[in-house]
Design a protein around this ligand. Structure first.
Ligand SMILES: NC(=O)c1ccc[n+]([C@@H]2O[C@H](COP(=O)([O-])OP(=O)(O)OC[C@H]3O[C@@H](n4cnc5c(N)ncnc54)[C@H](O)[C@@H]3O)[C@@H](O)[C@H]2O)c1
Length: 270
């Protein structure tokens, strides 16, 4: 039997990127802990599948097509939450894409696109959620970062690393701004966790898996389901005195101070 501190019964949670991977698993985890969940993603069909799974547990689910890099979409998402649920207790800002390439060749438009997607989009989501949670006097925001926002990876991920570092500092700033008004803001920093994109990259360059493993003391990559525990902890009253925390979910990568593995990905620039 689970401890009551982890109970999310009747809370309203919003998770972006809920069509696949860690966003999907986070949303399912929140529902398993009792929450009703708003599922935002570019992939509407994908979030509808997640919604059916959540409804089968007897919870409410609201799938919404949303591009988190578009400010108008993010604001409209929160209006839909107001219309349907009139409150939001938990937010998981998971969705967001990077771009790979040599930094010396990076077009400024690409850099701006990544920053817009991972920094501006997440800030607007935090702002919309924060306003509502301050009024409620309570709420928990979880921002996704990456080990690449803490240490350099050296794998053609410069804009992604820059954006994830900004997301980490944004989480710290907001946690301090809002701590006395009941709103907690924390960040989770995954190392490599299997998703389709990673599987495709490893299929194309098999040595890549060993490169990743060289930075992970546990000797394996993460599975998307492993987000459930840290996410439910940060969303729930189990973490009532935790804010501004930057939680690695990385099989020991940051403790090893590994970041990437020099000289970067095999054949990355071939
Ligand atoms: N998987 C990893 O190794 C890893 C490591 C560190 C950080 N992250 C970060 O975690 C997040 C999720 O990773 P994942 O492995 O679950 O990925 P995933 O590819 O399995 O899922 C990402 C989901 O986000 C959606 N999405 C992408 N861009 C979007 C946008 N602009 N608006 C709305 N939805 C959008 C996609 O449709 C997809 O459903 C990403 O931000 C990623 O950068 C992943």
């Amino acid at each position: 039997m689970s401890h009551h501190l982890f109970d999310l019964s009747d809370r309203i949670a919003m998770v972006s990127g809920a069509a696949s991977g860690m966003g999907r698993q986070m949303a399912i985890g929140f529902a398993e802990a009792g929450a009703n969940v708003v599922l935002a993603d570019l992939n509407l069909e994908g979030v509808e599948v997640t919604a059916h799974e959540i409804e089968a547990m007897g919870r409410r689910a609201l799938p919404i097509k949303c591009d988190v890099s578009d400010v108008a979409h993010v604001r409209a998402l929160y209006e839909s939450i107001d219309n349907e649920f009139r409150r939001v207790d938990v937010v998981g800002n998971v969705a967001g894409e990077g771009h790979m390439g040599r930094p010396e060749e990076l077009p400024v438009e690409t850099l701006q696109e990544v920053l817009n997607n991972l920094v501006v989009g997440r800030f607007i989501s935090c702002q919309e959620a924060g306003r509502r949670m301050i009024e409620q006097g309570k709420g928990s925001i979880i921002n996704f970062g990456s080990i690449g926002g803490w240490n350099s990876l050296g794998r053609g991920h410069t804009p992604y690393g820059m954006a994830m570092a900004a997301g980490i500092q944004m989480s710290r700033e907001l946690s301090t701004e809002w701590a006395s008004r009941g709103v907690r803001v924390n960040a989770i920093l995954p190392a490599q966790v299997w998703n389709q994109g990673l599987k495709d990259r490893v299929a194309a360059v098999p040595e890549l898996e060993d490169t990743f493993l060289g930075g992970i003391p546990m000797g394996r990559l993460g599975e998307p389901e492993e987000i459930k525990g840290p996410a439910i902890f940060l969303a729930s009253d189990a973490s009532s005195f935790v804010t501004g925390a930057i939680l690695p979910m990385d099989g020991g990568n940051l403790a090893l101070n590994a970041g990437g593995t020099y000289p970067g990905s095999p054949r990355m620039y071939a």
